[in-house]
Design a protein around this ligand. Structure first.
Ligand SMILES: C[C@@](CO)(OP(=O)(O)O)[C@H](O)COP(=O)(O)OP(=O)(O)OC[C@H]1O[C@@H](n2ccc(N)nc2=O)[C@H](O)[C@@H]1O
Ligand SMILES: Nc1ncnc2c1ncn2[C@@H]1O[C@H](COP(=O)(O)OP(=O)(O)O)[C@@H](O)[C@H]1O
Length: 282
């Protein structure tokens, strides 16, 4: 008996950094949004070992893969004798700011909790999730949420309007740790207005939501990679209403009225060397 799970990516509609903690992490305040684009995990329980294989976009299947880390963490926590055979089909670009690894880890926790019949609560899973990464607790639930703390303190919001989303991922990846380290907390550029974005989401207006998009990590990543500014301008010129970098980058996303508009627009874009994906708010 096995399970097939969809592990959805995310974008950040707002991202603000409030302070640097003594442990090097940062207190954030952001609105996280799940997207249709997803990886697929097929999981079967088997005695003892954890075996991972992958297809789709290239990704390593060794001990560094967050799927293996999640499975081992759950084995240790529960003391179970079970193992698993897991196949990952990767569609979310890697090291992109789209939480691809985090969402695979979250799906692994959910899937193995069920297959191994551990009966862990959502809260227990969330406590394990944050040990794997700051974005993993959000990925357990998905949807639309305010995230605070290092990203693990979540307040679920009503589902967002189903806007279309165009993702543009340049050929390079960025290190999230380096981007946070590069921040100058006294010079963050335009800061988001969280309350105004929550209100904009409630109105359902693409124009209102687009106006409130803001991410202070752009102050680091766009300085390191000026070509990202050109991608933003290309998306805006092509007709995307709101354009922003997701998370620590380098993916730039653009919003359209719906998924069909995103698909049409994505086909018209010429961005050599970039992965362009049309998807939607999930
Ligand atoms: C920036 C965001 C926005 O959603 O996403 P991504 O760009 O990674 O998708 C997150 O804050 C990233 O979350 P995640 O990628 O899970 O972070 P982790 O693996 O826990 O941490 C990677 C490194 O980023 C830094 N980090 C992360 C989160 C945070 N609140 N403060 C930090 O300073 C730390 O240096 C940490 O060592
Ligand atoms: N299952 C996984 N999918 C993608 N990346 C993974 C996975 N497990 C570990 N990683 C590693 O995690 C790092 C961050 O990847 P990812 O989660 O895709 O990016 P981001 O945190 O920017 O959204 C990459 O360097 C990648 O090698």
């Amino acid at each position: 008996m096995g399970l097939t799970l969809k592990a959805h990516g995310k974008i950040n509609l707002t991202l603000d950094v409030l302070s640097r903690r003594p442990d090097g992490y940062h207190e954030v305040e952001m609105i996280m949004q799940g997207i249709e684009l997803h990886d697929t995990l097929q999981i079967e329980a088997l005695p003892g070992e954890i075996i991972l294989t992958a297809s789709g976009l290239p990704v390593g299947c060794d001990e560094n893969n967050l799927i293996i880390k999640a499975a081992r963490l759950l084995q240790q926590f529960s003391g179970t004798g079970w193992g698993a055979r897991i196949h990952l089909h990767k569609e979310i670009p890697v090291a992109a700011g789209l939480a691809g690894g985090s969402t695979d880890a979250a799906a692994t926790l959910v899937g193995l909790n069920e297959l191994w019949q551990l009966g862990l609560t959502q809260e227990q899973l969330s406590e394990l999730a944050v040990k794997l990464g700051a974005d993993v607790p959000f990925c357990l639930r998905g949807g639309t949420a305010i995230a605070r703390g290092i990203g693990e303190k979540l307040i679920q919001l009503p589902p967002a309007p189903k806007f279309g989303v165009i993702l543009v991922k340049p050929s390079f990846g960025v290190s999230t740790a380096e981007v946070y380290q590069g921040l100058n907390l006294n010079n963050l550029g335009r800061r988001p207005d969280l309350a105004a974005m929550v209100e904009a989401l409630q109105t359902g207006s693409l124009a209102a939501v687009s106006e409130q998009l803001a991410n202070v990590l752009e102050s680091v990543t766009l300085r390191l990679y000026p070509e990202l500014q050109e991608i933003k301008e290309t998306l805006a010129r092509a007709g995307c209403r709101g354009v922003l970098m997701s998370g620590s980058g380098p993916t730039i996303f653009g919003l359209t009225e719906d998924a069909a508009a995103a698909a049409v627009l994505a086909r018209q874009l010429t961005l050599p060397g970039c992965q362009v994906v049309a998807t939607a708010i999930f």
